[in-house]
Design a binder for this molecule. Structure first.
Ligand code: SF4
Length: 53
């Protein structure tokens, strides 16, 4: 895998793109959860997440 252009620290260690607390996806898509409007960081969600097989 190529080195990430922007360093994204991530703790989701069961994601396909996760390695050593960094995200190695080529691009990230983040979206609000639930009713479509985030009020806190809890209301945001990484849509790029893919479970590790
Ligand atoms: S895709 Fe999202 S969940 Fe997966 S490692 Fe990257 S930031 Fe974390």
């Amino acid at each position: 895998m190529a080195a990430p252009r922007m360093q994204v620290k991530c703790g989701v260690n069961n994601c396909h793109y996760w390695q050593n607390n960094l995200c190695y996806a080529d691009a990230l898509e983040i979206n609000p959860q639930g009713d479509g409007k985030a009020n806190t960081s809890d209301g945001t969600c990484c849509t790029t997440f893919k479970p590790r097989s």
